[in-house]
Design a protein. Sequence first.
Length: 110
Amino acid sequence: MLCHLSALAGLLIPFGNIIGPLVIWLLKRQEFPSVDAHGKESLNFQISVVIYLLVGAVAAVVGMLFCIGWLLAPVLFAIYVGSLVFAVVASVKANEGVAYRYPLTMRMVS
């Protein structure tokens, strides 16, 4: 559960949404097998979100040249809020002992 909730560190610390789950996963993965699974899932999702936001921001900046880049602002905001909501949902599921799979996640850490 702490792996998923530590992603909320991104609210206060730049890239805290990646650093938080990474630290918890690296420290506790040998000790608890469930932390290994939840940590990988959380880390993969948070890396995916950062990639989506960076690509969207670049597309918005390029779109500003054609006066349509501002249309991506609500999409970027929805991705950001969605990542927060999914992190809370995943932490609740992890607390119940259920393995939660985030949607639209690129599986990079295995």
